[in-house]
Design a protein around this ligand. Structure first.
Ligand code: NAD
Ligand code: UDP
Length: 345
């Protein structure tokens, strides 16, 4: 073998080694709806995964099937408190996401977003880890621009009932950008639009889980307002692929980048589709529209397509069908609402 061949082959092997190196990955909020699916995907990819959660809006059963895997570890911890771990990547998902959950203790919600961000950013700085922030379409508030591109700065009411979540996530975005500029951290912000699928909390009050639970029990479907408000629903598998693509994107790319399905539906359309797909006898009843409920929401995903090569592939009727099947299969008695004795800040 010639010496040039040896070095070429060594380079090749080194490259393979680099690519094959297992990443130590922390997922905060890893026992939640999205977090548990992300952990599952990363464990299946052979990564070394630490799931951190305080189980405020989730339960151990979401990740119980991963506990006997040698590359999975579960830590009960509140991310508003510092923690010392050695990791290469951090997905920061810890935060209640459903309006009913984040309004349960709004001060704690704000603390989770802001102090949680400071704690994961501090950890990333110490370890040299890349850190991804799960931000939200709520940073656009009740948008005056439609569909919403990342350049739109939003229309958020800073003193309303949704502000603890919206402003908390906006402050977290600020911290991510300041740590990046000031400390050279490798960061990425993704703005997630309404995502649904199996393992949503059946009592979280979000529209997809509510409508499905109501429909399969033939109970009334509670349509808030006249149902003309819109949302764009992304199936969880598509979203998890987007999160992993963003984490592994080039270091120069830091977002914020929208992740969501751009197909827009009125909430009335959604109610009718759920009734049809579940062959339900439910009737639609109207309830008042909650304060500050956004009227329209639809992501402009051209940046995700261009920078990450990402776009969702699962249409609403297909994702809903799988979600309805899952909701039919679960025992509601195994789920509880947010921790009743949850600390008051
Ligand atoms: P989820 O409520 O199922 O998951 C959140 C997880 O964070 C739960 O397991 C909860 O117990 C945990 N958590 C909450 N506070 C914590 C704390 N102080 N310390 C440690 N863990 C804590 O919600 P989800 O839908 O899986 O959302 C995950 C992330 O994605 C959230 O940050 C949310 O804001 C973001 N997001 C989700 C959506 C969506 O439609 N699902 C949309 C926009 C943004
Ligand atoms: N909604 C509804 N009935 C319900 C729950 C929600 O009509 O039982 C409406 C809600 O008013 C909002 C939309 O569905 O317009 C989406 O609500 P969700 O809480 O899922 O998320 P949001 O996008 O508002 O954070």
């Amino acid at each position: 073998m010639q010496s040039s061949d040896v070095s070429e082959s060594a380079r090749h092997n080194f490259k393979r080694f680099e690519m094959a190196t297992v990443q130590r990955i922390l997922v905060t909020g890893g026992a939640g709806f999205l977090g548990s699916h992300l952990c599952e995907r990363l464990v299946a990819d052979g990564q070394d995964v630490i799931c951190l959660d305080n189980f405020f809006t989730s339960q151990k059963s979401n990740v119980a099937h991963l506990l006997d895997q040698t590359n999975f570890e579960l830590i009960r911890h509140d991310i508003t408190l510092p923690i010392w771990l050695e990791v290469d990547q951090i997905y920061n998902l810890a935060c209640p996401a459903a309006p009913g959950h984040y309004q349960y203790n709004p001060i704690k919600t704000m603390k989770t977003s802001v102090m949680g961000a400071i704690n994961v950013l501090g950890m990333a700085k110490r370890c040299g880890a890349k850190v991804l922030q799960a931000s939200t379409s709520e940073v656009y508030g009740d948008p005056e621009v439609h569909p919403q591109p990342e350049t739109y700065r939003g229309n958020v009411n800073p003193i309303g009932p949704r502000a603890c979540y919206d402003e908390g996530k906006r402050a977290a975005e600020t911290l991510f950008m300041d740590y990046r500029r000031m400390n050279g951290l490798n960061t990425c912000i993704v703005r997630i639009f309404n995502t649904y699928g199996p393992r949503m909390h059946p009592f979280d009050g979000r529209v997809v889980s509510n409508f499905i639970c109501q429909a399969i029990a033939d109970n009334d479907i509670t349509l808030f307002g006249d149902g003309s408000q819109t949302r764009s629903f992304c199936y969880r598998d598509d979203l998890v692929t987007g999160l992993i693509s963003a984490m592994n994107a080039d270091e120069d790319f830091c977002g914020p980048v929208n992740l969501g399905n751009p197909s827009e539906f009125t909430i009335r359309d959604l109610a009718n589709l759920v009734i049809e797909l579940s062959s339900s006898r439910s009737k639609i009843v109207h309830k008042p529209l909650p304060e500050d409920d956004p009227i329209r929401r639809k992501p402009d995903i051209s940046m995700a397509h261009r920078e990450l090569g990402w776009e969702p592939g699962i249409p609403l009727h297909e994702g809903l069908q799988k979600t309805i099947e899952w909701f039919r299969s679960i025992d509601l008695a195994a789920f509880r609402p947010p921790t009743p004795n949850y600390e008051v800040s």
